[in-house]
Design a protein around this ligand. Structure first.
Ligand code: NAP
Length: 301
């Protein structure tokens, strides 16, 4: 029988996204909600496009009737100027990871901050958020800084190889949340700072399959410091494995990926997805096992 349901056309714009799990995550959840959704990858590398051509790619998606698209590295900031509207969060964070085309307008959203916050809440329940180090001040780091300060962190210490990026993020967040709650520091302060914080959030690419290794010597960690990694490929990074060996509570970036995708799905379709089901699916996709019983957050460490 012919499928007469209208197709919701969505996708992802970024570079090197060939292995993205977003297509199966979105398409399966849509199917289970009785929707017909196609999720296409628009990889700058494959298409031979420069980052500066992202706005043209976005305009092309809009012309082709896409409902919306996700935006990932390295395009999250270059699209900002091209959009008709920004959600309040995207404007404050200064980065967009979801664009919707609705009512003739393009609207930029940021669901990364919500994804991170929900993953920390469910993956490390009860984790103290008072004093925290944020290692990495790029697009993802900005969303994390916003999430942590919005949910009550009293002192966030931002450390990035690029001091200008650190200072820029500190300035922007200080304007929103107050200069007494966020401070920038050099990498040389990391070891000492680890002695007086509740947790460390890792938001650099180190540990991804393409950037193996450790962002700092894990012998600097103490068991009472929790560690949240944003990296999700691989799910158990060397940082998380070694932090767990020290005795730290840990959470991977897998849950953040699913929670930000769930929020984007809601924006694209108007339907609230079953996040637990999406987490099960993600776990199956990353472990190669069949989807079975539901657990609260199987991607938490
Ligand atoms: P980005 O824009 O490139 O920012 C990363 C920053 O970290 C850069 O400023 C980089 O400086 C700095 N850095 C690199 N190595 C460092 C080190 N050893 N110590 C301190 N700073 C260092 O990247 P992004 O888009 O923010 O993404 C960061 C990570 O988050 C990636 O692994 C990405 O996959 C992950 N992520 C996960 C999710 C999720 O849903 N789980 C969502 C978004 C992003 P230089 O540029 O000078 O090297």
């Amino acid at each position: 029988m012919t499928d007469t349901r209208p197709t919701i056309l969505t996708g992802l714009i970024g570079a090197g996204i060939g292995a993205s799990l977003s297509p199966p995550l979105h398409e399966r959840e849509a199917e289970l909600n009785g929707l017909r959704l196609a999720y296409r990858l628009m990889d700058l590398n494959t298409l031979g496009l420069a980052v500066s051509e992202t706005p043209a790619l976005l305009a092309s998606a809009r012309r082709q009737g896409f409902t919306g698209v996700n935006i990932t590295h390295p395009c999250k900031q270059v699209v900002l100027d091209q959009l008709d509207d920004l959600s309040p969060e995207a404007e404050l964070i200064g980065a967009v990871n979801t664009v919707t085309f609705t009512g003739g307008r393009s609207v930029g959203h940021n669901t990364d901050w919500h994804g991170f916050d929900t993953n920390l809440e469910t993956g490390l329940p009860g984790a103290a958020r008072g004093r925290v180090i944020l290692l990495g001040a790029g697009g993802a780091g900005a969303a994390v800084a916003y999430a942590m300060l919005r949910t009550g962190t009293e002192k966030l210490v931002v450390i990035d190889l690029d001091r200008c990026r650190t200072d820029d993020l500190v300035r922007r967040m200080a304007d929103i949340f107050g200069a007494d709650r966020i401070v920038g520091a050099g990498l040389d302060r990391l070891k000492a700072t680890l002695g007086c914080v509740d947790g460390l959030i890792h938001a650099t690419p180190v540990g991804m399959a393409a950037h193996p290794g450790l962002p700092f010597p894990t012998r600097w960690l103490r068991p009472r410091v929790w560690v949240a990694d944003l990296v999700y490929a691989p799910l158990r990074t060397r940082l998380l494995t070694e932090a767990a060996a020290v005795g730290c509570r840990t959470v991977s970036g897998g849950g953040m990926l699913v929670h930000q995708a769930a929020e984007a799905f809601r924006l694209f379709t108007g339907v609230t997805p079953e996040v637990g089901r999406m987490i099960e699916h993600f776990t199956a996709l990353t472990s190669g096992v069949a989807v079975q019983a539901r657990t609260p957050d199987p991607v938490a460490g």
